[in-house]
Structure formats: C-alpha cells, structure tokens
Design a protein around this ligand. Structure first.
Ligand SMILES: *Cc1c(COP(=O)(O)O)cnc(C)c1O
Length: 407
C-alpha cells in the first residue's frame, strides 16, 4: 500500500476546529475557500459500521468524495471500494488497493471502461439488462456479474431515487436475465440494489436482503452455483446513532435467515465522509436591501452552487452557516449568494440567520458528501482545497489503527 504522507497532514493542537481553521487562514494568507478533513472521523465511521454489522463488508462509494486522503485512510483500514468508472478504478488502484477489493458497481458501462477493468482484473460488476450482459460477454467474458434489481425505500423517507434509471423488475425480469446469462455461460455472482441517497427507511434494507436471498435460491436451482453475494448498496446516513442501530437491527435480523456462506456487501458513500469535512468560505460582499418596510441582508460568499453546494442548486438542501469570528444573536432575514456571476448561484434565500460582519468567514459542517466531487471551475473559480488533520491527542491512536490494518 502506498505510504500515508504524514507531512501533508496538519497536526491539530487547538481545542476546537475553529482554532485550526483560524490557523490555516493565518498561515495561507488566502481568502480562498477550504475544507478541513478529520481523518479520525473516517476511521471511527469504518470501525463503527463493521462493529454494528459484522457480516456486511463495506465498499466505499468513491463518487461521493474521491479525496485521496479519504481513499488512503480507508485503504489502510482494509475497507473495500465501489467504483463507477475507469478513472475511479485507477485512483483506487494507485493507492495500492488490490483489484479483488473493488466492485465496478455501474449497470451501464462504456466499452472502453470495461476493457480497462479487464486489463487490471477488476472482475465484479453489476448489470440490469440483456444488452449489458452481452456487452460483457463480448468484452470481458470472465467478469462476475451481480444483477441489480429495482427496489426503493419508501418515498417520504428517501432522498434521490435511483430505481427509475437502474435496476430490473424483481421476479420475471431478473429470472429472464439469469437464463440469458446461463445461455451465454456468464458467471452470476449474486444480486444488488441501491435504495436511495440518503435512505432513512431502515426496514427496506432487511426487505431487500430477503428479496435477494430468494433470487439466489432461484439462481441455484437454475445451476448458477457461484451466486453467493448480496449487495445492499448505499444510502446510509452518517450522523445519527439511533438510525444506525435501527439499520443494524433490520439488516442483522434479515441475515439470520441467510445462509452463512453467502457474502453480504454494502456500498456506503455519504456515511463515511459527510461529517468528516467542514467547509470555510469568506464573505466577499454585504448589502442591506430595503423591501417595502423590511430590510434584508445580502451576503456574497467565496464558494457556491458550482463549487461545494450542488445540492443547493438541485434544491435538495439549504444549509445555514455559522460564523468563524463573531457569533451573534441578532437575527435578520438574509440571502447568501455564491461567488459566480450567475443568479442561480444562491445558497440560502430570504431566511432568518445571524448577522455576519463583512470580514467574517462562514463555516458549514457536514460538507463531505457530494460537495467537492461535483465542484466545477465555472467562471474560472477553483474548487475549495482540502486540509486533512489529526488531533494531537489522537495522533498515536490514528497512526496505529492504520498501521495495524496494513497487511
Ligand atoms: C451513489 C451510489 C452509492 C452511494 O450512495 P450513498 O448515498 O452516498 O451511500 C452506492 N451504490 C451505488 C450503486 C450508487 O450509485
């Protein structure tokens, strides 16, 4: 495995994270936005999910945040990886992860990416149609396939829904694909689903396991003797212990009825990274606007919907920041605009929040998931950089955890 480059990591000696942020601002003398990345948080997330669901092998969904320190940390913790493209596979292999620890979990792959997977020996991949199976038969006949079935969590408890885009219908269509694979002599490794992102409906995971287990039994009777994997996808939340306990209950309960020989894997993305990243962006402009008899504060901030805040552009989230230098109780209806010249670049519209001074910085916690991985250079702006850190008090613990896990 590639050496973990400790020189690039900040050793955090202060009491709280704002001390570290202030130090970075002082050191760099820059007004560019940046994240701090808590490496220990990633390690704790990994240990916790393995402890709560010991039969489930997590594969980190790289698309959620491909930051090299995140990949290196998880590689050192012996986690596995879910990649969706040639480039993601390349990135993970470069960190010294072996090809058998990667699943190429995308049911609609470009031929050149399949050829690359074959070249580097990443065998496991997902399919949901005859055309994808045939493509793999031609380009990568040794590949091992998981059939993706279309299952959703309940609509009111799940965010982005994936089953309109991907997945086959559970019984008839899945059986057709199994037969098709049998005729083509392709290896069926098992079944997978991805409920939504995030998916708060924990019972759907248990139900999904049951569905896949039944499909494995059918596959076995058809002679697919290698069908031994159930992949429960991602959508797992990272910041709520109650939720994680409920999820573990649903999953572990369902697994009581699943043959111990069957391997269970998951593909968490946001679970691992959301809380580990905190974003800081400085205020570059402020106005007070009169609207009838009321006033509204406008802030112009040095990041935006084409940077870290794509979920604001998609109207999924509207996150309110804290202040770095002056917390205040005075509330004003305010709008936060992003740094580009585009009027769609708006983070929060006409919402009560504290008054911010013009030289202050805005701080957003829980900014690790689907933020930097979706940032663009629209208008010439550069996406926020990342400063990984370890608290001085945890340094030995963190380094030991990683060392002990390298085989
Ligand atoms: C995006 C994705 C994931 C990760 O989803 P999270 O909500 O970030 O956990 C996992 N599996 C598949 C197939 C995905 O498309």
């Amino acid at each position: 495995m590639s050496e973990f480059d400790i020189k690039k990591i900040k050793i955090h000696e202060g009491k709280n994270d704002t001390d570290l942020i202030k130090n970075i601002i002082k050191e760099t003398e820059s007004d560019d936005p940046f994240y701090i990345l808590d490496i220990e948080d990633i390690i704790e997330k990994h240990k916790l999910i393995v402890e709560k669901m010991p039969r489930v092998v997590p594969h980190y969904a790289v698309k959620c945040n491909p930051d090299p320190t995140v990949i290196q940390t998880l590689a050192a913790m012996n986690a596995n990886f879910d990649c969706a493209s040639k480039q993601e596979i390349q990135l993970v292999l470069k960190m010294g992860v072996s090809n058998d620890r990667i699943i190429y979990a995308h049911p609609g792959k470009a031929p050149s990416h399949i050829k690359f997977a074959k070249k580097v020996g990443v065998e496991k991949t997902t399919v949901d149609s005859k055309s994808e199976i045939l493509k793999l038969k031609k380009l990568y006949p040794e590949s091992k396939l998981l059939i993706r079935v279309a299952l959703d969590g309940s609509a009111d408890q799940c965010g982005v829904n994936f089953s309109e885009k991907f997945g086959c219908e559970v019984t008839t269509e899945a059986i057709e694909l199994m037969e098709y694979m049998k005729n083509l002599k392709m290896t069926l490794l098992g079944f997978c689903f991805h409920l939504g992102s995030p998916c708060l409906d924990t019972s759907s995971y248990g139900k999904g396991i049951k569905v896949c287990n039944n499909l494995i039994n059918i596959a076995k009777t058809m002679g697919h003797i290698e069908a031994n994997v159930i992949d429960i996808g991602g959508g797992i939340q990272g910041q709520d212990t109650d939720y994680l306990n409920k999820l573990a209950l649903s999953i572990n309960d369902a697994l009581k009825h699943v043959d111990p020989e069957i391997e269970i894997i998951s593909e968490p993305g946001r679970y691992y990274v959301e809380s580990a990243f905190t974003l800081s962006a400085c205020i570059i402009g402020k106005k007070t606007i009169k609207k009838d008899d009321n006033i509204e504060k406008f802030y112009y901030v040095n990041d935006g919907t084409y940077g870290a805040f794509i979920e604001e552009l998609l109207d999924i989230k509207h996150r309110i920041p804290n202040s770095l230098y002056c917390q205040s109780n005075k509330m004003f209806v305010s709008t936060i605009w992003g740094r580009t010249a585009d009027p769609y670049d708006i983070l929060v519209k006409s919402t009560p929040m504290q008054d911010f001074e013009e030289e202050d910085w805005m701080i957003w916690k829980n900014m690790g998931a689907y933020t930097s991985s979706l940032a663009t250079t629209f208008n010439g702006f550069i996406p926020a950089s990342v400063y990984p850190f370890i608290r001085k008090s945890s340094l030995n613990y963190v380094l030991n955890e990683m060392k002990n896990n390298i085989h």
